[in-house]
Design a protein around this ligand. Structure first.
Ligand SMILES: Nc1ncnc2c1ncn2[C@@H]1O[C@H](COP(=O)(O)OP(=O)(O)OP(=O)(O)O)[C@@H](O)[C@H]1O
Ligand SMILES: [Mg+2]
Length: 392
């Protein structure tokens, strides 16, 4: 492993607890090293190694942090290496969903609960509920005044990510084109009265979660009490979106892309978009997310330059609005993928609707990207009491 190593005696009781789990089954501690965020151990038994990462901070480990750890394990040449992530405060729901979906055999997750370590993956029991008590649905608007940057794609797959996490989701289609309605209907037509998609649960013992597509007029909170997330695919024409709904947004996600020809225009469109939403809703978190991200190595330098340019163009606006941000792509982004590009092919083929979460070689980049985005959004929302907006 690459980081600086220095074997030393385990210091904290937590490390002692980790060792107390592994030593009785024959593992020895062969190295221990530390960085700002975590204490790392390598344990060894015959030809097998386990990399244990103990997160120092007392906060939930996110899907993105877990993904980085998995990637670091996969990059090691040692094929017999598996990983164990230990967290004092557990894992976010998206992080657990991602691991369960990947059914990773090389990973174990331990959480510290009431002074003891317990396994949350692979689990012996249901992970303890990580959700806040149910109040009202979380409203997420997907909006930008620019056309064709991925609003519908993001709305649909963000719904998919929340459904994978067990949430019942409603997608409201404010776009007169009714693309979402067509994408989720059984016959590819906008005339389907109430298109639905059942997303199977990651855990076979649980029921799946339902995604419903509704017109804004069909939506009543009291009619669907089980719904936890409402995602609104907005029309790029602001006046076509119901002001009542916009006022209800807890979060507004604005897709944008990193391409040189559009970038100055994007910054301008984004600033206007931010201002548009703010005029109606003073509390929503406004979050721009990079879509169509090219994650290949040779694009990295250009991406960094374009990102810095975009950030500097938005800096003046961000100074005036502390609840607006450009999500750093290393925290959450949506990569370019063929799966997303060809989403909707089922309409042409006349087959059943599906999300672009199909796995290739055991992984799905859209799935992990959208889980990470869901995780980031949930972590940055402060549910406001909604003084200004009446129930819809
Ligand atoms: N990450 C991605 N990778 C590959 N293709 C993508 C990605 N995101 C979006 N696309 C493709 O870009 C096109 C436009 O996306 P989409 O329809 O979601 O945009 P939109 O903002 O909703 O457009 P409109 O303003 O017309 O409603 C679609 O063909 C979609 O498949
Ligand atoms: Mg659209």
């Amino acid at each position: 492993m690459k980081e600086t190593k220095h074997a030393s005696e385990p210091k904290s009781t937590l490390i002692a607890q980790v060792l107390a789990l592994f030593e009785p089954i024959g593992y020895d501690l062969i190295e221990q090293w530390e960085d700002a965020r975590s204490i790392n151990l390598t344990l060894h038994r015959k030809a097998k190694h386990i990399w244990v990462r103990v997160r120092k901070k007392d906060e939930k480990v996110s899907a993105e942090q877990l993904d980085k750890f998995l990637l670091a394990i996969e990059q090691q040449e040692d094929r017999a290496l598996s990983g164990c992530f230990v967290s004092l405060a557990g894992f976010t729901k998206a992080a657990l969903t991602q691991v369960q979906r990947d059914a990773s055999e090389r990973l174990m997750l331990l959480s510290h609960h009431k002074g003891k370590l317990e396994s949350v993956y692979p689990y012996q029991q249901q992970p303890s509920s990580v959700e806040k008590p149910k109040q009202r649905p979380l409203y997420i608007g997907v909006f930008t005044a620019k056309g064709g940057v991925g609003k519908t794609t993001i709305a649909g797959h963000l719904a998919g990510a929340f459904a994978l996490m067990g949430e019942s989701v409603v997608l409201l289609d404010c776009d007169p084109d009714k693309n979402l309605r067509k994408l989720f209907s059984q016959d590819g037509q906008a005339s389907d009265a109430q298109p639905t998609m059942l997303v199977p649960a990651v855990n076979r013992h649980e029921a799946g979660a339902l995604i419903r597509v509704l017109d804004p007029e069909q939506w009543r909170e009291s009619k669907f009490p089980e719904v936890g997330i409402v995602i609104v695919d907005c029309s790029p024409v602001m006046s076509e979106n119901s002001a009542k709904l916009v006022k209800r947004f807890d979060i507004c996600v604005m897709p944008t892309t990193l391409n040189p020809l559009g970038i100055a225009k994007h910054a301008d469109v984004m600033t206007r978009t931010f201002a548009h939403i703010r005029a109606l809703n003073q509390t929503a978190q406004l979050m721009a997310v990079i879509n169509n991200y090219d994650a290949s190595k040779d694009a990295q330098k250009r991406n960094d330059v374009l990102l810095a340019y975009l950030q500097s163009s938005l800096a003046d606006y961000f100074k005036t609005d502390h609840n607006a941000q450009l999500i750093p792509p290393d925290k959450a982004k949506i990569r370019h993928s063929n799966a997303l590009q060809y989403w909707g092919y089922h309409i042409i083929e006349k087959s059943a609707p599906q999300l672009a979460f199909k796995e290739t070689a055991g992984r799905s980049y859209p799935r992990s990207d959208f889980l990470q985005l869901a995780d980031y959004l949930e972590a940055h929302v402060t549910l406001m009491p909604m003084i200004s907006a009446a129930e819809v």
